[in-house]
Design a protein around this ligand. Structure first.
Ligand code: GLY
Length: 624
């Protein structure tokens, strides 16, 4: 069965049973700042599951675009993808267990109107009960009747704990017990399985989950079930790619017709199958993200997009992605999705150019990163090859110790090299036998990196909390002028040195401003002059400085600078320099205070530029 037919049959089945078909919501949640992307079909519907009246009624169905990036490192195996489409149907206090389960079975097994799967290969699980909710014997009973009526024999209904059969999108919101359907891929388990056999088959991935019916009548707060919802809702989820793979007799999603066109094009830029899968997956996700308004950046959604594009580029044989292959890949994706999602084809130019721009940036990043890495490695290369045993000896230890979490963090903040890529470069280097002694413990260094990363987060959080506590410590007139100058300087540095520049700290007195930022090299005189020129030109243009208070989500959408991963309150103020938010030269999350017009600043001059620590530079500047 073609994937287009899977799509059509799913939607038609529920339309005929009184469901309004919703278009897929944007990948970027509109009213839920707690997640970066929709990770399930129910996410855009949370307000309605919580009781709000839906304008289209109490029966809904759709195929929703979703992104999950938790297992980005797994991409390339048989089942994982960062982007996927979730088929789902919902009852908002309308039908409940009996109809839901009956319909799931019908759609999965009916040959005329459904997917025509073999009912003898179907296995199901139900919730075994706990303090929050009783054992779901009702669902099990419904399944028993269905199987009996269909003449399906053998043991195939199992009770499982909350770990398996309780579903929620996160720690807060609607949730409930579920019943999950599994399909035997091997065709060898047609006469039933004991629970032990079922668990083993699951472990060996001989069976796959193809549908989940959640009975949402409970609500969770901070990870704890705190009560019941006003109505008994149904939320189901069935992975479109996975079901298609099952129907097309494939053991992985990349061999389905969904990936046919894109894999064909990607096959031209690498022979390696795993790389082909990674690139196909990441480019597909990137295309959908950009179409939904995400652009590569260092924060939030933009950062995920940046990582995906960079990882795709890294997996090509040439480690580059230029316009022609990108265009061909985007076209191939349009072959598959152009008629399903209307917002793709009209945005072709933007999609291609954002990907190519990011790929170019990455090429420069890699080049700089490699040069620096080579220096690190070069210092320890002596032309001889070293065995693993020798490498473990003390004399090699200092070499090994260079490949640690701190080093990874330095390359991440300074060059934008994600830690996984850093290690991949090291691995490639070793494979090429250039440095046989690059032996390191991957898990250990990645853990160290994470520790380093959260230390940095704590620092920046402390910084922003101070800011939000009510502005700067001493907020005399002079300090206020320096504060505004700091914003200007921050942006000017990004203009001149690139947007890997990130504020690491700032300190203001009545005499000067001090600004610490991530950057790996000493600034040249020319660069310093350029920064001064930019700042002074903005001052001469007498740009206004304005403040706007927005919800955190809306504030982030403005693209205003803020510390990555930082925690802010629900409402934040964004200071922007310019006539409007859209045309502003600088935008930053900030508690103020600031001058109201740049003309108050006078002449800006850098008095000192120096290193504070590895990868962090410090500028002192004065207003004359
Ligand atoms: N919302 C149900 C699921 O994602 O499985």
């Amino acid at each position: 069965m073609k994937s287009t037919e899977v799509r059509a049959r799913f939607l038609n089945f529920f339309k005929e049973r009184g469901h309004a078909i919703l278009p897929s919501a944007s990948l970027v949640p509109q009213n839920d700042p707690s997640v970066l992307f929709n990770t399930a079909g129910m996410q855009p519907l949370v307000p309605y599951l919580l009781g709000e009246k839906h304008p289209l009624g109490t029966r809904l169905a759709n195929i929703q675009k979703c992104v999950r990036t938790g297992d980005i490192d797994e991409i390339g195996d048989n089942t994982h993808a960062t982007f996927f489409e979730m088929m789902g149907n919902w009852s908002l206090g309308d039908y409940f267990k009996k109809d839901t389960i009956q319909w799931s079975f019908e759609l999965l097994t009916d040959k005329e109107i459904g997917f025509g799967l073999d009912a003898q290969r179907l296995y199901v699980t139900c919730f075994e009960g706990n303090d929050d909710a009783p054992k779901d014997t009702e669902s099990a009973e419904i399944w028993k009747n269905i199987f009996e009526k269909a003449g399906v024999t053998g043991e195939r209904i199992y009770f499982m704990p909350a770990k398996n059969n309780w579903w929620s999108a996160g720690d807060n919101g609607p949730c409930g017990p579920d019943t999950e359907m599994f399909y035997d891929l091997t065709g060898s388990h047609t006469s039933g399985m004991t629970k032990e056999e079922y668990l083993l088959a699951d472990d060996k991935q001989e069976i796959v989950e193809i549908w989940n019916d959640v009975f949402m009548e409970y609500i969770k707060k901070d990870g704890v079930v705190v009560g019941k919802l006003a109505s008994q809702n149904v939320d189901t989820g069935s992975g479109f790619e996975r079901v298609t793979a099952v129907l097309q007799g494939k053991n992985n999603i990349f061999d389905t017709d969904i990936f046919e066109a894109v894999m064909r094009e990607v096959g031209k830029i690498t022979d390696n199958l795993k790389s082909q899968r990674i690139i196909s997956d990441h480019m597909r996700t990137a295309v959908f993200m950009i179409a939904d308004g995400v652009v590569p950046s260092n924060t939030d959604q933009g950062y995920i997009l940046r990582r995906l594009i960079r990882r795709a580029v890294f997996n090509t044989t040439s480690r580059t992605l230029t316009q022609p292959p990108v265009e061909a890949i985007v076209h191939a994706l349009f072959e598959t999705y152009g008629s399903v999602y209307e917002n793709l084809i009209p945005q072709k130019e933007k999609i291609v150019s954002e990907i190519v721009k990011e790929a170019e940036k990455f090429a420069k990043t890699i080049e700089r990163g490699l040069r620096a890495l080579k220096q690190v490695l070069g210092g320890i290369k002596s032309g001889m090859s070293v065995t693993e045993e020798e490498a473990n000896e003390d004399r090699i230890n200092p070499i090994r110790n260079r490949i640690n979490g701190k080093e990874l963090f330095f390359f991440f903040t300074t060059f934008g090299l994600p830690p996984e890529l850093f290690l991949e470069i090291i691995d490639v280097d070793r494979k090429n036998a250039e440095t046989e002694f690059n032996i390191y413990n991957r898990e250990k260094v990645l853990t160290e990196f994470k520790e380093e990363f959260s230390k940095h987060q704590d620092l920046s959080r402390a910084g922003s909390e101070q800011k939000f506590k009510g502005g700067l410590a001493g907020t005399g007139e002079v300090e206020t002028r320096y504060h505004t100058a700091t914003h200007l300087l921050h942006q000017a540095l990004r203009d001149v040195l690139g947007d890997t520049v990130q504020q690491k700290g700032s300190n203001i007195t009545a005499e000067r401003l001090r600004f610490d930022f991530a950057y790996g090299e000493k600034m040249t005189d020319e660069q310093k002059k350029k920064v001064e020129e930019i700042v002074n030109k903005k001052i001469q243009a007498k740009l206004p400085v304005q403040k706007i208070v927005l919800s955190k989500a809306d504030a982030e959408k403005t693209g205003a600078l803020h510390f990555f991963g930082d925690k802010y309150g629900d409402e934040v103020s964004v200071y922007f320099i310019g006539d409007s938010l859209e045309t502003a030269y600088s935008k930053e999350f900030c508690g103020g205070p600031h001058v109201s017009n740049l003309s108050e600043l006078g002449h800006f001059k850098i008095s000192k530029e120096e290193a504070v620590s590895a990868g962090v530079r410090r500028i002192k500047a004065i207003l004359e």
